[in-house]
Design a protein around this ligand. Structure first.
Ligand SMILES: [Zn+2]
Length: 377
């Protein structure tokens, strides 16, 4: 069993990568002798392993890192159809992927997961024995225990205790999370923002998601809805949104919205790159669509910067084409809508991701709970 001290050490390593015993002792404020004891426990348990020697000034030191095969995690995305289902190791590496049919019925979802787990586990002889949890990402609001979906328009759910239902069907600890929040936890735990304490993720896919990590923790807000920029009103009295309001960012700048506007204009295109190509020929309608979408997204991000002053905005996108007009206008709108003293001060990082990003995020939610405990203060 892991003690509180063990978990504190795992948190430090998961946040910073491999560390020497001396570095860990400094990070935790412990004596070298106490740290050696803790590290020995975790090596004996198979949680940590020696990951190479560092030569610098003084004696060479051995760095310790998480043993990737100590535990495995399943992640499922309910925002895609079919729903991707992946298996990750403790290093966040995807080692298997299958698909399952999407359903809106919680019992059917749990049953599908339980039926398909053996196929997922086939990839590694110890995967079934070392499964540390199941994570599920969905579109909607999730309670702070990461157990109940408070509300989801896409799934038509209110108060669905999906984590408990999945646990009953599989016998494995399960956690659920909002799709963008799952990506933020993934990026903090395994991704490109491990060293960032304050950042915001904006996920651009069919819809727009957003999540904040503040002081190293996911910030949920009072009702689990922090970061819902998709439904910020950007155009007063604008087009109706699926949420019931009008003029939401999602109706202007999501990939679905951009493609729908292109379809209405009669363009035969299926990707953002297609529309960028049409705009590059000088087509006024295509230019207008991309300009309007980029301006709206940039304005929303500028407001995020004004409100939270994050150290980084990480824009994850599942489509190519962010280097074109849409992305350029977005960057300009960010710069022109923040206070001059903020202009250019917040790095905007574009991160092209594959369509398993939400399933990976889901697995990261399970890994986070397993390693560190619930993502609450
Ligand atoms: Zn809306």
């Amino acid at each position: 069993m892991l003690t509180t001290s063990h978990r504190q050490l795992l948190r430090v390593i998961s946040e910073s990568g491999p560390l020497s015993r001396t570095e860990m002792a400094v990070a935790l404020g412990l004596s070298k002798a106490a740290m050696s004891g803790l590290a020995r426990d975790l090596i004996d348990l198979g949680v940590l392993h020696e990951a190479g020697t560092v030569y610098g000034q003084g004696r060479p030191s051995t760095r310790l890192d998480l043993q990737p095969e100590w535990a495995f995690f399943a992640g499922i995305s309910l925002i895609q159809d079919p729903a991707p289902m992946i298996l990750c190791d403790l290093g966040g590496k995807v080692i298997a992927r299958i698909d399952m049919p999407l359903s809106r019925d919680p019992q059917t979802i749990a049953q599908s997961i339980a039926e398909r787990l053996p196929e997922l586990f086939k990839v590694h002889p110890q995967a079934a024995a070392k499964i540390g949890g199941i994570g599920i990402a969905l579109s909607g609001f999730v309670d702070e225990r990461q157990a109940t979906c408070i509300q989801s328009t896409l799934l038509n759910w209110q108060g669905v205790p999906l984590a408990d239902i999945v646990r009953e069907h599989t016998g494995i600890n399960a956690f659920i999370e909002n799709d963008a929040k799952a990506i933020a936890v993934h990026e903090k735990l395994f991704g490109s923002t491990r060293d960032q304490q304050n950042f915001t993720v904006v996920s651009l896919g069919d819809g727009i998601g957003c999540a904040h990590v503040i002081d190293g923790r996911l910030y949920r807000g009072n009702h689990g809805g922090a970061g819902e920029i998709a439904h910020c009103t950007i155009e007063l009295g604008g087009a109706p949104c699926r949420c019931g309001k009008r003029g939401c960012l999602d109706t202007i700048a999501s990939m679905n919205a951009i493609k729908e506007m292109a379809r209405v204009e009669g363009f035969a295109c299926t990707t953002l790159s297609d529309i960028e190509q049409i705009a590059a020929t000088g087509n006024a309608a295509a230019i207008k669509i991309l300009h309007r979408a980029g301006s709206a997204l940039g304005l929303a991000i500028a407001n995020l910067i004004q409100i939270n002053d994050p150290g980084l905005i990480l824009i994850t996108h599942t489509e190519d084409g962010l280097q074109g007009l849409f992305g350029t206008v977005m960057q300009q709108a960010i710069e022109t809508n923040v206070l001059p003293r903020y202009a250019g001060q917040t790095p905007i990082r574009l991160h092209r991701v594959s369509d398993d990003i939400w399933a990976r995020g889901a697995a990261s939610i399970a890994a986070h709970n397993f390693l560190i405990g619930p993502n609450t203060n």
